[in-house]
Ligand binder design. Sequence first.
Ligand code: AR6
Length: 174
Amino acid sequence: MIKIHIVLGDITALDCDCIVNAANPTLLGGGGVDGAIHAAAGKGLLEECRTLGGCRTGEAKITGGYALKAKYVIHTVGPVYGRTTRDKELLADCYVHSLDLAKAKGIRSIAFPAISTGVYGYPAREAAEIAVRSVREWSRRNKEYDLTVIFCCFDENTFRIYHRLECGAAGEDV
Ligand code: AR6
């Protein structure tokens, strides 16, 4: 069973097993949440990322968390909004592949930023709908697996959007 939480704040400060990075295909760092995660994790993260050979849009790769509280970082690459007609599918893939990887590693708590909604330009509400739907569908296919999913919103607008999707601030079992 999955429990969903919505929080407002900086994902690098969260105390959970794993945080997800909205990376780019090089996996070698960037701005936004990617820059914040690399800055907080320290140089070891970049060194490990250099060994991964990049990551395709919609896929996910895992590293250690280094100086972060989180033991792992899952790096996924969201779609640049409007670049292909497969935006929705690729964004959903980011959530599904991250969750598959988390399960394979025995991770019990995972925090997602609002992937693609910054530099990559995805409209916040559409992206949130895809995020919530993807997590719920994954949860139905993985009923036996207990996992806490945190949607970490960096701004109040995004936080309100997730709330309106009725995920429940106090946690929702799905
Ligand atoms: N904690 C949680 N969320 C954050 C944080 C943080 N510390 N910082 C920003 N956000 P973005 P993208 C939110 O641009 O759109 C990078 O350069 C932010 O407000 O980080 O997937 C990569 O290297 C927004 O809601 O990622 C890629 O080149 C969300 O995280 C590119 O940006 C995603 O914004 C990826 O673009």
